[in-house]
Design a protein around this ligand. Structure first.
Ligand code: SAM
Length: 263
């Protein structure tokens, strides 16, 4: 079960292990490419980022002139985000706040966009997401945007990897909730979703766009494999550029990008 401290142990190493890794960088660049299509260059948007982690996206958005409130349940993640904001001299309004407290802690504020990157919402089950459908609708301006990036259910590259290793037990492991290892004695239940399930849960929103994030860019636990076999990188990039943007392949990628508009 997730508590405030679950992700604390990861905070200081998160940027080294994921944000600045090859896989983390490639996947985030894809998210930014799609996100950028929604950012009006001339208009500063009011953005609520949830599960912001170490603030990498919040800093990027704020550096583009947008007003960001960057929230996360983990005090340590928010601490790292604060330090980065101080060093980069960018204002991101960091706030320790769990999903369940968003509606009360930010009551009365209205945003142009709510943004959740890289699987924070996979820590919530169907029932919790159903409540967030209502809470997000209250926090958004009319026609406000909801952009969510989650771990998908049918990651094709993961299944190929397990198949090649004859690890049949792990094939399609994302069909059920799993216990993901965070740190010593610290596991977190992870639920996986496809875009149709998210569209059904977030029924106060209209699905605008869906995209694969990492059809050929593998899950982050395969970083050592990529580091060892640098020749794979140009192949991955080429395949990702050629086929990795096709919307109907969304559910087969590591992460799925979902963009919705408040009805
Ligand atoms: C995999 S990290 C993603 C961090 C960041 N968005 C990024 O792009 O690197 C997941 C984050 O979700 C946060 N999180 C998980 N459950 C949460 C909850 N119920 N409320 C707020 N944050 C949560 C964790 O603390 C963690 O920082």
């Amino acid at each position: 079960m997730l508590n405030n401290a679950s992700f604390d142990a990861l905070a200081n190493s998160y940027d080294n292990n994921f944000t600045h890794s090859i896989i983390g960088t490639l996947q985030r660049n894809k998210v930014w490419k799609y996100l950028e299509e929604n950012l009006d260059g001339n208009k500063a948007m009011n953005i609520l980022e949830i599960n912001c982690g170490t603030g990498e996206d919040a800093l990027w958005l704020a550096s583009k002139g947008h007003q960001v409130i960057a929230t996360d349940i983990s005090e340590q993640m928010i601490e790292v985000a604060k330090q980065k904001a101080n060093i980069q001299k960018v204002n991101i309004n960091p706030l320790v706040c769990s999903f369940v407290n968003l509606a009360t802690d930010l009551n009365g504020q209205k945003f142009d966009m709510i943004f959740s990157n890289f699987g924070g919402l996979n820590c919530s089950n169907n029932q919790e997401l159903t409540q967030l459908n209502i809470d997000f609708a209250k926090l958004l301006k009319p026609k406000g945007l909801l952009v969510m990036i989650l771990l998908g259910k049918k990651c094709f590259l993961e299944n190929l990897y397990f198949l090649l290793r004859f690890n049949f037990k792990k094939l399609n492991r994302r069909k059920q909730a799993t216990e993901a290892y965070l740190s010593h004695n610290n596991f977190i239940t992870t639920w996986y979703y496809n875009y149709q399930e998210m569209a059904k849960i977030f029924n106060l929103f209209q699905l605008k766009q869906k995209k694969p994030i990492g059809l050929f860019i593998p899950p982050s636990y395969l970083e050592p494999l990529i580091q060892k076999n640098k020749l794979l990188l140009p192949i991955i990039k080429r395949l990702e550029n050629a086929i990795g943007n096709i919307s109907f392949l969304t559910n087969y990628s590591d992460h799925i990008y979902i963009e919705m508009k408040l009805k």
